[in-house]
Design a protein around this ligand. Structure first.
Ligand code: HEM
Length: 475
């Protein structure tokens, strides 16, 4: 639905509506019946909350997968759109006003007009994230947000496909991948637990330096804080654990290792109040999502021979020890997050009344971008449920990049400032895993090239068979 004249910023959609094209009901903000609102709570909010917003819960993930709950959520929203138009669809849940954003142009507007009037620091997020990153940019407002965002972008080198530390990162990723593969060759398989342990060793080295490689305590502390954060405002405040965790992080910044992000933090100046070290917990937390994305991308490649051949070619045609952009493998990582978004609900809370074609929504409305719908249903046409890494690569005209519905890393002024760093890390790891090994899926028979990609992929139960391949030959 189009913003009205009274909306605060330039409208992102075409202006004058043609009455002949715009049926009556779409011109007013719809009202959901109590039954419809209950359906949204049951099929959209509950599976997201059950699966764990801040840290995934293995048993709940398995339940969501077995019951097809995520698919029901997408179908539920699709039906609402058919009935009521493209929204935003207002609904009230336990006294709080939400609006489901279903239209790609509305999604663009909400993300572009961040942080005013659409603030990323919603009450829900503040309640959760303060457990381990009380000064994180995502839950900061006003001047503080501006300063912290600037600092984060500087350290993460947001616009650059290859970070200044890419040389060291390539070495770290390849070393840890070699160790992981040595174990996988012995057992003939790759399980999530093994991957996860190797992934965290890699992440700690990238972010905090080699000295942190085996600091599993730090990850366990973060894990416990994230579990408490899953409960948002209802969770117990674990202040002692939080200060133990934060002082551990600070100790690495106090003795920074060359080439680590901690070193960049230590030597990048910032105004008082930025809390430079206080930005690191978010990076550690968010790298977890990148691990999930990697292993799921590997599962996609294990089941889709054509993209797998292309990925293998890209992985093996240039010097693997030199940092590379690897666009096709980046596309695979992006597809992994498009198909299984690690942020299924991107939330923004309005700081002022906002105008829409059919009416206004009051300040304090939480705008919810339900990415499983935006990434898979009509807004994601033509690829929807298919694995299509090529839609992210240059030669297809960056079609996916031009579609405001596809926001695996969000977008706009509060879009993920780590996207390039993540895509570099993930694609480098995928290349290392594919260079001399092929994979087939021993779990999840529902994931196959001839069927729509399933709505949920419980990564905890993924099992890949590992086949060493002859050097120089496609697996
Ligand atoms: C697959 C991995 C990742 C995905 C899919 C991802 C996605 C996202 C998304 C969707 C948001 C917006 C969240 C919201 O509005 O509520 C976000 C924000 C953010 N991400 Fe990432 N992220 C990933 C990894 C990372 C990593 C590794 C870093 C840092 C090294 C990072 C740094 C940030 C920061 C600092 C923000 C907050 C930005 C702000 O509020 O201005 N992310 N990310």
């Amino acid at each position: 639905m189009r913003p009205t004249e009274s909306s605060t910023e330039a409208p992102a959609k075409p202006s004058t509506p043609n009455p002949a094209d715009t049926p009556g009901p779409a011109e007013t903000l719809p009202t959901l019946s109590a039954r419809e609102a209950a359906g949204v709570v049951g099929d959209v909010l509950l599976p997201v909350l059950a699966g764990g917003v801040i840290v995934r819960r293995p048993r709940a993930m398995s339940l969501v997968e077995r019951t097809g709950w995520d698919r029901r959520g997408v179908e539920r929203v699709r039906a609402l759109r058919e009935r009521h138009g493209s929204g935003p669809l207002p609904l009230t849940v336990r006294g709080r006003s939400y609006a489901m954003v279903l239209d790609p142009e509305d999604a663009r507007r909400v993300l572009l007009e961040t942080p005013e009037p659409f603030s990323p620091a919603t009450l829900e997020k503040c309640g959760s994230l303060a457990q381990f990153q009380p000064h994180g940019v995502l839950i900061s407002g006003g001047e503080e947000r501006t300063r912290r965002r600037e600092f984060v972008e500087q350290v993460l080198e947001t616009p650059r496909p290859l970070h200044d530390t890419a040389g060291r990162l390539t070495g770290v990723v390849r070393e840890e991948a070699a160790l992981l593969l040595a174990g996988a060759e012995r057992s003939g398989q790759l399980l999530w637990e093994e991957f996860d342990a190797a992934w965290w060793r890699t992440v700690r080295r990238i972010v905090l330096g080699d000295a942190a490689r085996d600091d599993a305590t730090l990850t366990a502390q973060l894990g416990a804080l994230r579990s408490a954060a899953n409960w948002s405002l209802a969770g117990p405040r674990r202040r002692r654990l939080r200060s133990a965790f934060l002082s551990r992080v600070r100790s690495y910044v106090a003795h920074p290792e060359p080439g680590s992000l901690a070193e960049r933090v230590a030597r990048t100046p910032a105004p008082t109040g930025t809390d430079r070290t206080g930005q690191i917990p978010h990076w550690l937390f968010a790298y977890d999502a990148a691990g999930m994305a990697t292993v799921r991308a590997l599962a996609l490649l294990a089941t889709h021979p054509q993209p797998a051949a292309r990925a293998y070619e890209e992985a093996t045609t240039s010097d693997p020890d030199t940092p590379r952009e690897l666009p096709f493998l980046r596309g695979c990582a992006l597809e992994s997050v498009r198909l299984w978004p690690t942020t299924p609900l991107i939330l923004r809370e309005s700081t002022a009344e906002t105008g829409w074609e059919g009416g206004t929504l009051p300040a304090g409305t939480v705008f919810a971008l339900y990415t499983p719908y935006l990434h898979r249903a009509e807004p994601a046409t033509p690829y929807g449920d298919a694995f299509a890494p090529q839609q992210w690569t240059e030669e297809t005209g960056r079609k996916a990049r031009a579609n405001p519905a596809l926001v695996p890393f969000s977008s706009g002024p509060a879009g993920c400032p780590g996207e390039n760093l993540v895509l570099f890390t993930v694609s480098t790891l995928l290349a290392a895993l594919l260079e001399r090994h092929a994979y087939s899926l021993a779990s999840h028979p529902q994931l196959r090239a001839s069927a729509p990609v399933p709505a949920t992929l419980d990564h905890f139960s993924l099992r890949l068979r590992v086949h060493p391949s002859q050097e120089g030959r496609a697996p």
